[in-house]
Design a protein around this ligand. Structure first.
Ligand SMILES: NC(=O)c1ccc[n+]([C@@H]2O[C@H](COP(=O)([O-])OP(=O)(O)OC[C@H]3O[C@@H](n4cnc5c(N)ncnc54)[C@H](O)[C@@H]3O)[C@@H](O)[C@H]2O)c1
Ligand SMILES: [Zn+2]
Length: 292
């Protein structure tokens, strides 16, 4: 197991995260937070599905968390792909279409502008759990995508990862993937799903996504762990802070003394661990927090 992950897990065991009522030391003082941001040398912005909600991409929590009759998170698993690659590819074809049509919103743009302005004098790292590619399209450069990308494929046989923005990704997926709850099953033969084009391989391709129950790539986890361990300010944006290991990143940073500010439309289980909590859609709160 990756050294950083082991270190993080050990540390969580040593300092269990207590889910208490909101700390009385917690603040929503934006002026004070901006002073800390100005003084910081290393800043991490940790984002989750909530930052893309205002671009029209549903999160996995609440009403948007369903596709057809399925809970979206139940299709984002290796078991679902093993039992029906056709169904899972239809689901991902739909998600690729939605993400391709979406535009980065004011939150993504505020982050990219902040990096453009301060990225030389400060180390600014964006760590995202999102797979929609919107941070990159907004112009973010120093980006760590923890959970992969909807527009990359991975061969189940030779493991090659390739960028692919074709929509549909194969002929058989044209006009498929409608989210209508009345549609039952999926019957695309495996041979018609996307396959590896490498000579002597022809393995079935899957979306290059870290599914629930799968481990993060060690090199990516290590890079993210390093940024988290050395940052002096961390912004936690639009994440429910329940999907591990990302969920332990910010509470860990707060415990070792980094200033952590959460931006969400509602409190999360990790809210009491943070110094600042800014409530509201991050398309509104981030441009204020990250402007001069
Ligand atoms: N856009 C995407 O790429 C996308 C979409 C859905 C799920 N996912 C995946 O699902 C997993 C879910 O974990 P997660 O924590 O990222 O998301 P999540 O769905 O668990 O939580 C979303 C969080 O965003 C908050 N939120 C919603 N709208 C917001 C807004 N306008 N401004 C600020 N906050 C807002 C919600 O209150 C919630 O806490 C991740 O692993 C991610 O890879 C990704
Ligand atoms: Zn292959």
């Amino acid at each position: 197991m990756c050294i950083i992950l082991v270190r993080v897990i050990r540390s969580v065991v040593r300092h269990p995260i207590h889910f208490q009522t909101m700390s009385t030391r917690q603040s929503s003082d934006i002026v004070k937070f901006k002073e800390s941001l100005k003084a910081a040398k290393e800043i991490v912005i940790l984002s989750g599905a909530g930052i893309s909600a205002e671009s029209g991409i549903p999160t996995f929590r609440g009403a948007g968390g369903y596709w057809r009759k399925y809970q979206a998170s139940s299709l984002a698993t290796p078991e679902a792909f093993r039992s029906s690659p056709s169904l899972v590819w239809e689901f991902y074809h739909y998600r690729r279409e939605v993400a391709a049509q979406a535009q980065p919103n004011a939150g993504h743009i505020a982050i990219a502008k902040f990096e453009m302005k301060y990225g030389v004098e400060k180390k600014v790292t964006v760590i995202t759990q999102n797979v929609d590619g919107l941070h990159e399209r907004a112009g973010t450069k120093n980006l760590i995508e923890l959970h992969g990308n909807l527009f990359k494929t991975r061969c189940t046989k030779c493991k090659e990862v390739l960028a692919n923005t074709d929509i549909p990704i194969c002929e058989a997926l044209a006009n498929r993937g409608a989210p209508d709850a009345n549609i039952v099953g999926s019957d695309i033969p495996i041979k018609s799903l996307p396959h590896c084009k490498k000579e002597n391989c022809s393995g079935l391709l899957r979306p290059h996504i870290i599914w629930f129950g799968e481990s993060l790539e060690p090199a990516i986890l290590e890079k993210a762990g390093e940024a988290m361990e050395s940052c002096d300010v961390c912004l936690v944006v639009g994440t429910s802070s329940v999907v591990y290991p990302a969920a332990m990143f910010a509470p860990q940073a707060a415990q070792r003394g980094a200033i952590v500010a959460e931006f969400n439309i509602e409190p999360t289980p990790a809210t009491p661990d943070f110094h600042y909590y800014f409530e509201g859609p991050c398309g509104k709160t981030l441009p204020v927090a990250l402007s001069d």
